[in-house]
Ligand binder design. Sequence first.
Ligand code: PEP
Length: 254
Amino acid sequence: MRPLIAGNWKLHGLARQLGEIGAMASSLSVNPPATDILICLPATLLARAALAVAGRIAVGGQDCCSEIVGAFTGDISAEMLRDAGATAVIVGHSERRQHHQETNALVAAKVVAVWRTGMMAIVCIGETLAQRQAGETLAVCADQLACSTPDDIGTSLLAVAYEPLWAIGSGRTPDQDEIVEVHQRIRQCLVARWGAAAKPVRILYGGSVGSANAHEILMLPEVNGVPVGGESLNVRDFEKICRSVPAGASRIKN
Ligand code: PEP
């Protein structure tokens, strides 16, 4: 399985940074690493970023409306994101769940909206520190996964991002064994639900991934890529992360 490195710029990014993205895309096209590369940008930059990268890397959205069209002032539909050049959309990021009270049911509706457009939905799940300390991590993740993804969709356009809330932006990560344990459980849940169709679903680990630890995390079994927040804002660091994909990553694991 080809890994996916997905930058998430969150509430950062102005037009003046588009040149850097274009230059990074050009640089990555020389001796390209064996990975899919995506940057999820503010919607305001998507169309211009798509032109700047010229297909050398992908661009995506960070959220979308669950509705397709209508009287929803201020919302942005999946189709609008695709129209601007996006090929993927993050849905259910913990910051959306926390600051915008997004429920699993709403996230599942957004997943359907993304799939309808033919884009990939990257569905985020993860436990709080209190839940980890209470030994609830696996149950919480399994429940979020089950309730944030509808049954009747194709799996070829689905990725799951395991992002423990306490690891996001904190400089802390779970131990390697803990990451593998959660990813293996996610894989079991996917297979139990969709059988062989679950095979192409990438499971990403996110939370304080940077150029210093990306390589070792990407080496772990059942880790099929990484979402990167803070370190994706510096294009040099992000390129380093993309280039830290282990040679033959897609062969040595699952
Ligand atoms: C994220 O919020 O999706 C993320 C991975 O953030 P960070 O890399 O900054 O921890």
